[in-house]
Design a protein around this ligand. Structure first.
Ligand code: CTP
Length: 425
């Protein structure tokens, strides 16, 4: 296939998932514009999509074979005949268009019985979903719930607009204009390296390096059934681990959240309390070149958890005696091996910059990533975050509210560029 043109999406690998709706007529224009903006485009079509438009038409426009079936050896170069796995790895961004009510539901549930939903499930690439359907379907509580679920998991939704629908009615449900869809694709690829750089095996900046990541919210026991905890989901830590693995690192993820799916090069250590997290971190630290401490560690624990369940009957008010937990980040800064870069995180509800500057200084880290953890764009618990990255060298970078895998890519880029090359033995 002919190389990408220079443009705003230069070298980005966009996987276009085409579904069966009348708005499919807009797909040829989208493919042409994506390519004009410099993206590499590959196409997967759901079975219903092929009833609306011939794969050959999209193949000619994309300049690459179109995948129409789960087991589609001809579509991939992976050699195992499983197109969805090869495409899932290839994509830097996935765009589902026009996303029918049926496809939105399939993606929300996580079905995998045809090429589009299976690839979306198998790929770590950010997902942009551009729905188009009749207004009643768009407004139906089932679709609303499915859309909310996709957003929670970090998908960008490009909402449909008002106009004439297939039924002849004027209402909301028409596919968003190409400019809005392309803007969402551009936002989803920010901070991601261009494909040609990405594909270069010699450019795996963390090849052979150990990266330590902490994630999740610790749970400090009150009694055998209750604990003190927080709203952290562990998604940022999992995204950081993924971004480090993509750069060739071996990753130890010490997490108080449910573990991410197994991946080559990933070791997961599950812990519950701050004390247990500290022990696991100090054990994994010695060979690390990069430590990313994204966990929401409880700052206090119950001094003496009750050995048996505390009974409510006859008790009235209950006072807990809390004592401070160890500051894991401080331990890491003090115990880090030479050349190991340490990245701290700051969860803030007030003004971001002054607290972040103070934590950068007080904690002695190389990079501090500050997240807002209150309000509608809270970084805690959901699939998206915004970040302010402060470096000890005085530089600052703002990452706009985006899916956590994208924010993680930006954090890794900042960390990698500050790593000191290892000295030869
Ligand atoms: N952290 C840690 N151990 C603790 C508390 C926090 O390692 N017991 C780490 C977090 O993983 C994060 C950084 O310290 O990388 C900052 O966490 P944050 O909760 O924002 O700040 P605190 O140090 O707890 O300060 P405060 O609660 O006053 O904001």
């Amino acid at each position: 296939m002919k190389g990408p043109a220079p443009g705003p999406l230069a070298g980005r690998r966009v996987l276009l998932h085409v579904c069966g709706g009348i708005a499919v007529v807009k797909v040829p224009e989208l493919i042409t514009t994506l390519r004009r903006q410099g993206a590499w485009v590959r196409v997967a079509m759901s079975p219903a999509a092929t009833a609306f438009i011939a794969p050959m038409t999209l193949q000619a426009l994309a300049g690459a074979p179109v995948a129409t079936a789960l087991l589609d050896g001809g579509a991939g170069e992976g050699g195992h005949g499983m197109a969805h796995l090869e495409l899932a790895q290839w994509a830097q961004c996935q765009l589902v268009v026009p996303a029918t009510a049926d496809m939105v539901a399939r993606l929300a549930v996580g079905l995998a019985d045809e090429i589009v939903s299976a690839t979306c499930l198998a790929s770590p690439a950010p997902l942009v979903v551009a729905p188009a359907m009749e207004a009643a379907m768009w407004r139906h509580p089932a679709t609303r719930a499915n859309i909310a679920r996709l957003e929670e998991r970090g998908a960008s939704i490009v909402p449909p607009v008002e106009g004439r629908l297939a039924s002849g009615h004027e209402d909301v449900g028409r596919l968003a204009p190409p400019a809005a869809i392309l803007a969402a694709v551009a936002a989803a690829t920010i901070g991601r390296p261009a494909a040609d750089r990405f594909a270069e095996p010699g450019d795996r900046a963390l090849a052979g390096a150990r990266v330590l990541v902490t994630s999740g919210g610790t749970r400090e026991p009150i009694d055998p059934v209750r604990y003190l905890g927080n709203r952290s989901s562990g998604q940022m830590g999992a995204a950081l681990a993924g971004a480090a693995l993509r750069r060739g690192a071996s990753v130890v993820l010490v997490t108080a959240a449910p573990p991410p799916p197994p991946a080559p090069g990933l070791t997961v250590v599950q812990v519950e309390t701050a004390e247990a997290m500290l022990a696991a971190v100090l054990e994994a630290l010695p060979p690390a070149r990069l430590a990313l401490l994204a966990a929401a560690v409880a700052d206090w624990r119950v001094a003496a958890p009750a050995p048996d369940k505390l009974r409510r009957a006859g008790r009235g008010r209950l006072r807990l005696d809390l004592v401070p937990t160890p500051d894991i980040l401080q331990h890491v800064v003090q115990a880090r091996p030479p050349g190991c870069l340490v990245v701290g995180f700051a969860a803030e509800t007030g003004a971001l910059l002054p607290s972040a500057q103070e934590k950068l200084r007080a904690k002695g880290v190389d990079l501090l990533v500050a997240n807002r953890v209150a309000g509608s764009k809270s970084a805690m618990g959901g699939g998206r975050a915004a970040a302010l990255i402060l470096a000890a060298d005085g530089r600052r970078r703002t990452v706009a509210y985006a899916p956590k895998p994208q924010v993680a890519e930006a954090i890794l880029d900042e960390a990698v560029r500050r790593l000191v090359p290892p000295t030869p033995d």
